[in-house]
Write a protein that binds this ligand. Sequence first.
Ligand code: FES
Length: 262
Amino acid sequence: MHEFRRVLDVNEVPDPGKTLVEVDGEMVALFHVEGAWYAIDDVCTHDGGPLADGELRDFRIACPRHGAKFDIRTGAALTMPAVRATRAHDVKVEDAAVWVRLRSSSFAEGPAAHAAGSATGRSTGAAAPLPATPTAPPLVTDGPVAAGEGTAAPAGPLCEDVVREILKEVKDPELFVNIVDLGLIYGVTLAPSPDVPTKQHVSIDMTMTSPACPAGPQLIADTKRALTARPDVSQVEVRIVMDPPWTPDRMTDAARDQLGIF
Ligand code: FES
């Protein structure tokens, strides 16, 4: 069991404000919002991004690396690509100073917010690890793909449903969930090819889980590769659309199950 450690004077961080403190050898992001203090691990559960360097808005901190947002009061992951909470810690204000006590358990043990003068705390933050990385390779590879080769491409004439079924072969390289179930496909448009009347020109409106998603170029390339594998596709155009922004509620139940989100 850790002890409360004095980390700074209450007047050292404005309201709203944030800073990075060290507590018992661990780096902790400390927040001062609406008269209360909150502390969470300075670690994004997506890929270790430094949360104290992120943008603070109300009670949310955005990871500066890929944009996942966390609730500073609980450590809960609010947006992709993070799917697991980061650990929250106890905070109290005493003798005009802010004190932090590390929590070692994954889930809440008591109250959270730490208004000035309060010595109670709450934390539902979980430091649970990300889901185990599947070892199976993505279905879409870097090599050339002939029509029907290495895929379970659905038969029948090309239509939006068939396109969406094909795009289930394309998986986010970090989450290992296909882009259709993640809710990344906003639109599918088919038009006869002006050059080859027997083929179709396919336009895909695709979004990303965050504007700075590092997987973007790979997802676009894999999408084109999956669709051009069909003999009745002449060309594939992928447009990235960030409006409306992606939110986790766009995921299907299958994707939630895969990610362990309930
Ligand atoms: S490391 Fe934080 S969103 Fe990727």
